[in-house]
Design a protein around this ligand. Structure first.
Ligand SMILES: Cc1ncc(COP(=O)(O)O)c(C=O)c1O
Length: 371
C-alpha cells in the first residue's frame, strides 16, 4: 500500500495552467487580477457582498475581530473544540476567550452554554462549523440578536456545507475560510473573510494594508497590519474554486465510504448530517460511543501500530497549556466537550486516498474494537 497521508489537495492540469498564467501575466496592470476575481466570485457564491483574501484564515479572524473593535479586557465566546486558530486572535488583541460547551450531536457551540456565558464584557460570539458540521445557527443567531452581540462564523472547515438552504459562510456579520494545504480548496496558505456591511468592509480593507489613508499615497493614519494576499496564491485558489462541486463531492464520497464500511458497528458517531444540513465533510471524524469503552489515545495507538497515521479529535482548548488556568475553570462546566474529545479521532481526508487505504483504516478500527 502506498504511503497514507492525513490530508492533501487534488491539483489538476487546470490549476497548473491558471497558476502559469498568473506567473506569466499576473504583474503590472494584472498584479491583483486573480485576487480580485477570486474574492468577488467566492463572495457571490456564498451570497455575500464582499470577499477579502488574507495570507491565511487566522489572519482573517484577527482582521475581523480588530474591525469589530475587540480590544483589551473584552470577552469573546468560542467553542471548546476547535483548532486554536479560532481563539488565538482573541489573545493577540489582549481580549479573553470564553470557552463554551459543545452539542453532543453536532459537536459545535451549545446555545445554552453561550447564553450562560454572556456578560457585559462579551463583544463577539464565534461559532465554528466543526469538521463540516453545522451548529444550531437559528438559536445562536437569536441569542446574538437578543444581546446585540455580533456573531462570527468560522467556516474554515465547512466549505460546501449548507444549513437550512443557506451556505456555510453566510452566517453572522462575517465569516472566514481557510485555504491551508490540508483544506478542501487550497492555496498552500491562504484565507478569506466574507462580509456584507459596507463600513466593516472599508475598515477591514484599511486594516489589511498598513492603515493607508484612502486617496493619499504613503500616508498612514494608524499602525495596522500587512495581511495582503499574493496573486499567485489567489490564482491557485480561483482555479480550485472553479472545481468546487467536484472537490466537495470527493470529500463527501470519502465520508460516505468510511460510513458504509463501518455501518454494521453500533454506537459510532460520524460527521453529523441532519435532514436540514448538507455536510461538506472536510475531514471524517469518528467518535466511539461509550459502549466501546475505548479512548482516542488507545485507538490512535492501535492505528499507528498498523503503520498508519490518525489525528485526535480537537482537545478542549481550555485543557491546553496554551491557556493556563483555564482547565480548572472550565472542565466541570464543559462536560460534553471533555467527554466527546476523549473518544474521538479523525481519519484521513487526503484527496488522493485509495479504496485500499480506506479499507485499511476501517479494518484497523474493526480489529481495535474486536469486530
Ligand atoms: C476551525 C478553524 N479555524 C481556523 C483555522 C485557521 O486556518 P489557517 O491555518 O488558514 O490560518 C483552521 C485551520 O487550520 C480551522 O480548522
Amino acid at each position: 500500500m502506498k504511503q497514507l497521508f492525513m490530508a492533501g489537495p487534488w491539483i489538476t492540469e487546470h490549476e497548473i495552467e491558471v497558476v502559469t498564467d498568473a506567473m506569466r501575466n499576473g504583474w503590472y496592470e494584472n498584479a491583483y487580477h486573480y485576487v480580485e476575481t477570486f474574492q468577488k466570485e467566492f463572495a457571490a457564491y456564498h451570497g455575500r457582498k464582499y470577499g477579502i483574501m488574507t495570507p491565511n484564515c487566522t489572519t482573517a479572524i484577527h482582521l475581523l475581530l480588530t474591525g469589530l473593535g475587540i480590544a483589551d479586557g473584552d470577552e469573546v465566546i468560542v467553542p471548546e473544540c476547535t483548532w486554536i486558530a479560532t481563539a488565538a486572535p482573541i489573545r493577540y488583541l489582549r481580549a479573553t476567550p470564553v470557552f463554551c460547551d459543545i452539542e453532543p450531536e453536532n459537536w459545535c457551540l451549545d446555545p445554552e452554554s453561550v447564553r450562560k456565558s454572556i456578560t457585559p464584557k462579551t463583544k463577539a460570539i464565534i461559532a465554528v462549523d466543526l469538521y463540516g458540521n453545522m451548529p444550531l445557527m437559528d438559536e445562536l443567531r437569536a441569542i446574538a440578536e437578543e444581546h446585540g452581540i455580533p456573531l462570527v462564523e468560522d467556516a474554515a472547515e465547512a466549505l460546501g456545507s449548507v444549513y437550512k438552504g443557506t451556505r456555510a459562510g453566510k452566517f453572522g456579520v462575517g465569516s472566514v475560510f481557510s485555504f491551508h494545504r490540508t483544506k478542501t480548496i487550497t492555496t498552500g496558505e491562504g484565507g478569506m473573510l466574507l462580509l456584507d456591511d459596507d463600513k466593516l468592509y472599508e475598515r477591514c480593507m484599511f486594516l489589511r494594508d498598513h492603515g493607508r489613508a484612502p486617496g493619499i499615497a504613503y500616508f498612514n493614519t494608524e499602525v495596522t497590519y500587512k495581511y495582503m494576499p499574493f496573486n499567485l496564491q489567489a490564482a491557485l485558489g480561483y482555479a480550485q474554486f472553479q472545481r468546487i462541486e467536484e472537490l466537495v463531492g470527493k470529500k463527501r464520497e470519502l465520508l460516505a465510504a468510511y460510513r458504509d464500511r463501518l455501518k454494521d458497528i453500533d454506537d459510532l458517531q460520524f460527521n453529523n448530517e441532519p435532514d436540514y444540513v448538507i455536510n461538506g465533510a472536510w475531514t471524517t471524524a469518528l467518535v466511539f460511543g461509550k459502549s466501546h469503552g475505548i479512548t482516542k489515545a488507545e485507538v490512535m495507538r492501535g492505528i499507528e501500530e498498523r503503520g498508519m497515521p490518525s489525528r485526535p479529535f480537537f482537545y478542549p482548548l481550555s485543557s491546553l497549556p496554551a491557556f493556563p488556568g483555564a482547565k480548572e475553570r472550565y472542565q466541570s462546566l464543559n462536560r460534553t466537550a471533555y467527554d466527546i474529545s476523549e473518544r474521538g479521532i479523525n481519519l484521513s481526508c487526503a484527496m488522493n486516498l485509495t479504496d485500499d487505504q480506506i479499507d485499511a483504516q476501517c479494518n484497523a478500527v474493526r480489529e481495535i474494537l474486536g469486530r
